[in-house]
Write a protein that binds this ligand. Structure first.
Ligand SMILES: Cc1cc2nc3c(=O)[nH]c(=O)nc-3n(C[C@H](O)[C@H](O)[C@H](O)COP(=O)(O)OP(=O)(O)OC[C@H]3O[C@@H](n4cnc5c(N)ncnc54)[C@H](O)[C@@H]3O)c2cc1C
Length: 335
């Protein structure tokens, strides 16, 4: 059993849920993550006293495995409820039926309980999967890995997963049916604060679909007042090649137009381009596995554009890989 070694590529929610589940079954796991931090699109940007949750805004928990994970994070002080006043277009919106949860002190805290005791190589991108007699070898930023892996789990957005898995096995060709939309995110800090009428605002038309006062989230600094804006997928596609400075200026102007007043000059403004932000056309399977190749893929794009979907997809892939190599999946109720 000790000889079974898995590689997981990507340390977002899907990759770490997969790695955690493999580890619980006593398999050896190495995670490779391109960025220095963990969490992927569960991200918080910090600039001095300013914090912006510029990826996922909050999570909801609809099914038992994920709500158990959220309970663990809550008990560890890594999760908190966010109850913003919400408006859609110009109307007040009733409080959501589901609870909205955020990571503490930032969104990536939501993956921390899954990353414990796992070997993670961060700041290392995987460029190529090389089948060998002993399994898989990986070509990374830091050269060819000296170890071979019995199986590989690819937990990165679909357009990137197809580049790694496309050459290996026909089952992976269907990844190209998945469609993901980009999202330009604007980050603005105001001092003194602005009154936007609500803590979170949605618009059903125009360049901006979402604006959230990050400072209204528990545990986030109140001053200067930080706002995160999300552009619509249409606007983001049309303006994908802008540089961040230009995108930030256009989003700020659109925000002022939506609020119908002249915004003061922010003390900070910036923008981030998520090329593969939200799943528009999912795969429609919980994960993808090719037993012959001993490889699989997972991510939100398998199921839906939500953090919970990424978690479920990662677990599902772990269970398939474990049964493929003859290890039993960990019991559902084990902590
Ligand atoms: C702007 C925005 C708003 C959102 N709002 C919400 C929300 O409010 N609620 C919600 O539930 N969901 C929301 N989502 C969606 C949610 O963030 C995702 O569904 C979820 O985080 C996806 O997790 P993942 O693990 O599948 O992918 P990711 O989080 O993208 O993780 C993939 C990881 O793989 C790494 N990687 C990529 N290529 C390589 C490589 N070659 N080698 C090594 N590592 C690599 C990346 O750096 C990344 O860390 C939002 C997303 C965005 C972008």
């Amino acid at each position: 059993m000790d000889d079974v070694r898995f590689a997981v590529i990507g340390a977002g929610m899907a990759g770490l849920a997969c790695a955690h589940e493999l580890t619980r079954a006593d398999a050896k796991v190495t995670v490779f993550e391109r960025s220095r931090g963990l969490g992927g699109r569960l991200a918080t940007r910090r600039i001095g006293p300013l914090t912006f949750d510029h990826g996922a805004q909050f999570i909801t928990t609809r099914r038992r495995p994920f709500s158990r994970h959220a309970e663990t994070a809550f008990r560890a002080g890594m999760l908190d409820a966010w109850r913003p006043r919400i408006m859609e277009d110009n109307r007040a919106w009733p409080a959501p039926i589901e609870d909205w949860w955020i990571g503490q002190p930032g969104m990536s805290a939501l993956v921390r309980p899954l990353a414990r005791n796992i070997e993670i190589h961060s700041g290392v991108a995987v460029h190529e999967l090389i089948p060998s007699q002993r399994g898989w070898e990986l070509q990374t930023d830091s050269g060819r890995q000296s170890v071979s892996f019995r199986a590989v789990a690819v937990a990165i957005p679909a357009p990137q997963a197809i580049l790694l898995l496309g050459p290996h096995g026909r089952s992976f060709k269907q990844i190209s049916d998945v469609r993901m939309a980009p999202c330009w995110t604007g980050m603005f800090a105001f001092d003194p604060p602005i009154d936007a009428g609500a803590d979170a605002r949605r618009w059903t038309s125009g360049p901006i679909v979402w604006a959230a006062c990050n400072s209204s989230k528990p545990g986030r600094p109140h001053t200067p007042q930080c706002w995160v804006l999300h552009a619509s997928s249409g606007w983001s596609r049309e303006h994908i090649d802008l540089d961040a400075t230009e995108a930030a200026s256009l989003l700020l102007r659109a925000f002022g137009d939506n609020l119908d007043f002249e915004l003061p000059t922010p003390v900070h403004q910036d923008a981030h381009r998520w090329r593969h932000a939200l799943v528009e056309q999912p795969l429609g399977l919980s994960c993808l596995v090719d037993e012959e190749m001993s490889a699989g893929a997972c991510g939100d794009w398998c199921i839906a554009p939500r953090v919970e979907a990424a978690f479920e997809s990662g677990r599902s892939l772990a269970h398939s890989l474990l049964s493929m190599v003859g290890l039993s999946a960990p019991r559902m109720l084990r902590p």
